[in-house]
Design a protein around this ligand. Structure first.
Ligand code: FES
Length: 103
């Protein structure tokens, strides 16, 4: 479904995406590396748990949040891959507790 437009001569780097070692072209976005290796899910919705992925791919919608090197809320569409980088699908749930019955 997706293919890279970068030439095969671009320098390669190795990163880990959800525990899978992945080779990507230097300068490639984290999101494109995820899609090309078959792992397009960037995060799970806080309330529904629904799988999400990039929508705008240009830094506007924030649908592409991932955990990079242990730091959550990184935009996969804007970050470039780096040697040794670790990327994980982000799952942050919101615990709002019980509704306030006293209102
Ligand atoms: S896909 Fe919209 S901000 Fe990354």
């Amino acid at each position: 479904m997706f293919r890279s437009l970068r030439s095969d001569s671009a320098p390669k780097i190795t990163l880990t995406i959800n525990g899978q070692a992945v080779t990507a072209a230097a300068g490639q976005s984290v999101w494109s590396a995820m899609v090309l290796c078959g792992q397009p899910v960037t995060r799970r919705a806080a309330l529904s748990g629904q799988d999400r992925s990039a929508y705008c791919a240009m830094g506007v919608c924030f649908e592409c949040m991932v955990v990079i090197d242990g730091f959550p809320n990184q935009q996969a569409c804007l970050r470039q891959v780096a040697e040794g980088m670790t990327v994980a699908t982000q799952t942050i749930t919101e615990d709002r507790g019980a509704p306030d019955a006293g209102l």
